[in-house]
Design a protein around this ligand. Structure first.
Ligand code: HEC
Ligand code: HEC
Length: 257
């Protein structure tokens, strides 16, 4: 009797096990279908890209930065980022004119380890949230006009000016076939999305490195996979063209210097 009832229970257990597995399989397959191809409205990536969210509280902290205090704190940064926010090393980013939100987010991401850089992670650990807001306020105010007296890497002439056409097309029109929106729709001057820095006063060598980091997955702090999904689709030639074109300042002097 007891033997018989045990046998009859066995299929029930199997049934429940199968049902449970089935239930787990559904969300898994959904997640797979959605992953990196459709960044804008897809399910969140498995690894959270950043601890920063654009909440009212965050925006208030950032907007309350004190630029004078930032000026004093910036002494720690001048050595690499330049006294006027323009670096003399082309692989180091310029900070002059960087909008406050982008600046603050990057420092937070270095601090939390969401963006990897042995140099900057150590530096960010030594800054309080208030300090980065003050620094952000200061650097956002620095003028971006060129100063021939200062030793800065920016702008650099394009190695091959004929590549400017490739770059300008992507910057102005993007590529609808590959679902690449125009760079200028997020990075300005047409419009800016929160946390997207301007690129037209940035060092080309630095930009090229960042595009590589996004496409090879070593930089993953972009919310909603915005930059990874774009960078992974760019060819090596396009990445070079874009970096050099921005690094030349996009201006009329870009090709002739
Ligand atoms: C020893 C050199 C060095 C010093 C000093 C330094 N930085 Fe940096 N910083 C770097 C490098 C290199 C990077 C690029 C990191 C990477 O490879 O992604 C960087 C990146 C950044 C970025 C990201 C810029 C962007 O466009 O995404 C910010 C913001 C920044 N630094 C702020 C600061 C501040 C603020 C200080 C001073 C408190 C500072 N840095 C001091 C070398 C330095
Ligand atoms: C849909 C909006 C969007 C578009 C379109 C876009 N970007 Fe971005 N990009 C961003 C955001 C947002 C960030 C900041 C990511 C983060 O939070 O670290 C970024 C960051 C970058 C960075 C890193 C800059 C730095 O200072 O570290 C580079 C380089 C870059 N984008 C290049 C490009 C290029 C080139 C194009 C056009 C082919 C482009 N982006 C198109 C949103 C966009």
């Amino acid at each position: 009797m007891s033997h018989a009832s045990r046998v009859s229970r066995a299929p029930t257990a199997v049934f429940w096990l199968a049902t449970l597995l089935g239930l787990f399989a559904i969300p898994l397959s959904l997640a797979k279908n959605h992953s990196p191809a459709q960044p804008a409205n897809s399910t969140p990536p498995l690894r959270i890209p950043s601890d920063v969210a654009w909440t009212q509280e965050t925006l208030t902290i950032i907007s309350s930065g004190d630029s004078f205090r930032g000026l004093l704190l910036a002494r720690r940064c001048n050595h690499c980022h330049g006294e006027e926010g323009f670096s003399s090393v082309p692989a180091y980013p310029n900070l002059a004119g960087l909008d406050r939100l982008s600046f603050w987010k990057q420092v937070e991401d270095f601090r939390s380890g969401k963006r990897i850089s042995p140099i900057m992670q150590t530096i960010a650990e030594g800054l309080a949230a208030r300090d980065s807001a003050d620094l952000a306020a200061y650097y956002a105010l620095l003028p971006t006009a060129s100063d021939p007296l200062e030793n800065r890497a920016f702008p650099q002439p394009m190695q091959d000016p004929s590549r400017a056409t490739i770059a300008i097309r992507l910057i102005v029109f993007g590529d609808g076939q590959r679902g690449i929106p125009p760079c200028q729709s997020c990075h300005g001057p047409v419009s800016y999305v929160k946390g997207a820095p301007r690129l037209d006063v940035q060092n080309g060598t630095y930009l090229a490195e960042q595009l590589d980091h996004f496409s090879n997955g070593s930089r993953t702090n972009d919310i909603n996979v915005r930059m990874r999904s774009i960078a992974i689709q760019l060819t090596a030639e396009e990445k070079t063209a874009l970096s050099e074109c921005y690094g030349a300042g996009l201006g009329p002097g870009a090709n002739s210097r």
